[in-house]
Design a protein around this ligand. Structure first.
Ligand SMILES: [Ca+2]
Ligand SMILES: [Ca+2]
Ligand SMILES: [Ca+2]
Ligand SMILES: [Ca+2]
Length: 455
């Protein structure tokens, strides 16, 4: 499966329309699209209605351009779960207490196994891996939530169908419903749709049942939708946006009116973050709250946190998608930023720092000081260089001024990170997942646990 990409310049082929975010183009796809572009039959630009734009932001200079600090001693890293076999494809990791025993477990999407695996914390810092569910076609996001509200943790799995670009309706959404004894039955919630990359649950229409927001990357066709839960695993779908390249949806009450809103990251053709403000009854008003003028910006992920602790949920945002280029790799504008929620649906952009190949930004109070730091992994970098950073901390001084510290140079090619008390110490540990699509295939890992060193 692994291969080098065609060495075509952007002058002949816009790779943005061929390759994207852990969606790896095969040569036939690229060649076919090049042919379409060269023969003048490219899809029409901007085939959509124009929403209200509150900001349109060029890539500003980073405030942390000075040489980074390095602290390889902050965490002890060790492999966790099954040993690697071949080249691992872990697309997503998350943490949560799946069996309700008070210990935080790890869930991961393994795209070589086409399975969601459960790493149960059996004793402090000790994990036993089992397959929670297999026969899931290219699972790329697992969301732990008590979806049926019966008191136990269920899992909602977003499946792309395949990780290679494809316009076919091969995406699906699967509920793994917990019987209370950690036997999970798989129930399809959505099938035969453009490839699904993310889904989150919240009661979007206020009727007491959890509904869903869904991101569908597709390829040339994708969308953002919400699914009204009618009960009995019946849903009524509403398309919020018809654009390819949706990679994340997040739900929070962004405008403070009491109703959960939806934020979505679009990374194909456009590099934009949309806000869908909820009336409270499941009708939404959309606007763009971030748009880069750099069409190779490489949007790679968003997550929600209240970074400045003012009570308003903010958006952490990374751009480091190296798959998006004909010549995959790092770019000087890759990095991490946050959109500060200023209330009433308005946001202010702040660059946090530069980081080659930045993926999976998360906010973690690493030192238990009531301040959120930012952690990011690198999916793309100059991996021939042993000094290339694969795990980076942006330490918050409490005033949202960040100091960049490199925490690790290996394993390389990590695209997902999650935090939790994974050693029983009460302090946050990290878990990372690696996805090897391109050489070099050294310093590999599958799942890595990062425990804080004892003070
Ligand atoms: Ca449940
Ligand atoms: Ca509902
Ligand atoms: Ca709201
Ligand atoms: Ca805030």
């Amino acid at each position: 499966m692994e291969r080098t990409l065609p060495g075509k310049s952007r002058a002949g082929l816009d790779p943005r329309r061929t390759l994207q975010h852990w969606i790896l183009a095969s040569r036939p796809c690229v060649a076919a699209l090049a042919l379409i572009v060269l023969s003048g039959c490219a899809p029409e630009a901007r085939p959509r209605s124009t929403p209200t734009r509150s900001t349109s932001v060029a890539t500003p200079a980073s405030p942390t351009a000075s040489a980074p600090e390095i602290d390889l001693e902050r965490f002890v890293s060790l492999p966790v779960g099954q040993p690697i076999a071949g080249k691992p494809w872990i697309s997503h990791v998350t943490t949560g207490d799946l069996d309700g025993d008070g210990r935080t477990d790890i869930l991961a999407c393994d795209d070589k196994l086409n399975a969601v695996v459960w790493l149960r914390q059996t004793a402090p810092g000790t994990f036993a891996e089992s397959i929670l569910r297999d026969q899931l076609p290219a699972p790329v996001h697992a969301e732990i939530v008590d979806f049926d509200r019966d008191g136990d943790a269920d899992v909602i799995v977003s499946c792309m169908g395949q990780v290679f670009p494809n316009n076919d309706k091969i995406g699906s959404l699967v509920l793994l419903e917990n019987d209370g004894r950690q036997t999970f039955s798989a129930q399809p919630l959505l099938e035969q749709v453009a490839r699904v990359t993310d889904a989150r649950a919240a009661d979007l229409d206020g009727d007491g049942r959890l509904d869903l927001a869904v991101a569908q990357f597709g390829y040339n066709q994708g969308e953002v939708r919400w699914m009204r839960n009618l009960g009995g695993n019946r849903f009524e779908s509403h398309v919020l946006l018809s654009l390819p390249g949706a990679i994340n949806v997040c739900i929070a009450d962004f405008n403070g009116d009491g109703a959960p809103d939806i934020a979505a990251l679009i990374s194909q053709n456009y590099e934009e973050i949309y806000l869908f403000e909820n009336s409270g009854f499941g009708t939404f008003t959309q606007k763009i709250i971030f748009g880069s003028t750099n069409e190779d910006y490489g949007s790679s992920g968003i997550s929600i946190c209240d970074l400045n602790r003012d009570g308003r949920p903010d958006i952490l945002y990374s751009n480091g998608d190296g798959f998006a280029y004909a010549d995959p790799g790092k770019r000087p504008w890759h990095g991490v930023q946050w959109l500060e929620n200023r209330g009433q649906g308005f946001f202010k952009y702040h660059r946090i720092g530069d980081m080659d190949g930045a993926y999976s930004p998360i906010a973690v109070d690493l030192e238990n000081r009531g301040v959120l730091d930012v952690i990011c992994v690198s999916g793309f970098n100059d991996w021939k260089n042993p000094r290339a950073a694969s795990l980076v901390l942006f330490r918050n001084d409490g005033q949202q001024r960040f100091t960049r510290t490199v925490l690790a140079h290996q394993p390389i090619q990590m695209i997902s990170v999650a935090a939790g008390d994974l050693d029983g110490s009460g302090r946050p540990s990290l878990v990372t997942g690696s996805f090897y699509a391109y050489p070099p295939f050294d310093n590999m890992a599958r799942l890595t646990l990062w425990k804080p060193r004892k003070p």
